[in-house]
Design a protein around this ligand. Structure first.
Ligand code: ACO
Length: 323
């Protein structure tokens, strides 16, 4: 059967690093509060010359280089973002043109922090449906541009960045040992739309708006929703937590990551954590974490890797990949 196999991974971060201590004196907060409540120590913030498109392009180029491929070898670009360069056209077509691609097709999708997991599942469906053979799947964000920098309960949590993978069609036996995307579960529930949202948009205020979040409410739902889709994915693949080599969760909050892993019985040493370095980069967080764990030699060919995310909407999902 046709499977979507990961050929390469790459990432890009803005030059500027902002430490927790940089907030002290500006807002009523402290490094100790931020570390204790979230695990975040620093985040990268885009400069004027850095955008979702430029970061996405750099991540795509890095992923293609790690795959030994060029933009000519790709027939589709899928970008997960909630912070596009413009309302339209899709930032993915901007990235397509930056890469010098005049063939194939590109589009954006938006599922907030779950965007990359949704995009991997979507790309897998395009590959298995025969619509594309090689896809660059990107998660890229500049959340710094939609933060209310006077609101200490949100602005300390987020950062900017991009990550990407190259997925390629591969004929596999259709067995549990296959490489590629093996199982997935996606969910959303719009009744929670007011708990985490941006208070502007083209069809309402005509402005970009700022991120608003009832953090405690999000926290309350997060662990249950995350573990629910992961267990559904375990069931589909007929595996247990013990079979996993790596757990690469959305990097929103260390406490959510730890509680989810504990509830699922995933050992601490299998959990990839980058929230301390990047903060919450929304759709970029999972591919950024993947990029770190591949380049430092943790994730290797044949490893069983579970990706997971939960975010605004609410949206949530999990996808199991044999690397
Ligand atoms: N520094 C100091 N104090 C702060 C800060 C800050 N940066 N932010 C809030 N506080 C205060 C609050 O005002 C409150 O004070 P009060 O008790 O006097 O009212 C106190 O700290 C406790 O606030 P809580 O909101 O209860 O703090 P909590 O322990 O819940 O931590 C946090 C807040 C970190 C936001 C947490 O709720 C959280 O992580 N929620 C989930 C966020 C998340 O996972 N989002 C993922 C999706 S993101 C996406 O999809 C875009």
């Amino acid at each position: 059967m046709i499977r979507s196999v990961v050929r390469g991974v790459g990432s890009a971060l803005p030059r500027r690093v902002m430490k927790n201590t940089d907030f002290e004196g500006v807002l009523e907060t402290s490094d100790a509060w931020i570390v204790q409540r979230t695990g975040i120590r620093q985040r990268h913030i885009a400069g004027d010359d850095e955008t979702t498109a430029s970061l996405g392009e750099a991540a795509a180029r890095a992923a293609l280089a790690s795959a030994g491929l060029t933009p000519d070898d790709v027939d589709m670009i899928l970008l997960a973002t909630s912070t596009p360069n413009n309302t339209f056209p899709a930032t993915a077509v901007d990235i397509q043109s930056r890469l010098g691609m005049r063939h194939g097709f590109a589009f954006d999708m938006q599922a907030v922090c779950s965007g990359f997991v949704y995009a991997v599942v979507t790309a897998d469906a395009y590959i298995r449906g025969g619509l594309a053979k090689r896809i660059v799947v990107i998660g890229a964000e500049t959340f710094s541009r939609i933060l209310d920098w006077t609101d200490r309960s949100t602005c300390v949590l987020f950062g900017d960045g991009a990550g990407a993978i190259v997925l390629e069609a591969s004929e596999e036996p259709g067995a549990p040992g296959d490489r590629g995307v093996l199982a997935a579960a996606l969910r959303s529930d719009g009744t929670h739309k007011d708990k985490l949202f941006v208070d502007g948009g083209p069809s309402t205020t005509g402005t970009v708006g700022h991120l608003r979040m009832e953090g405690r409410e999000v926290f309350k739902h997060a662990v249950g929703m995350i573990t629910d889709v992961i267990e559904a994915t375990f069931d589909q693949a007929k595996i247990t937590a013990e079979d996993l080599d790596w757990f690469v969760p959305h990097q929103a909050n260390r406490r959510i990551i730890d509680a989810s892993a504990k509830k699922l019985g995933i050992a601490d040493e299998k959990v990839v954590v980058t929230v301390d370095l990047h903060g919450n980069t929304s759709a970029a967080s999972v591919p950024l974490a993947l990029s770190v764990a591949v380049s430092d030699g943790r994730i290797n060919k044949g490893d069983l890797v579970m990706l997971e995310a939960m975010g605004g909407g609410f949206t949530w999902g999990a996808v199991l990949i044999r690397w």
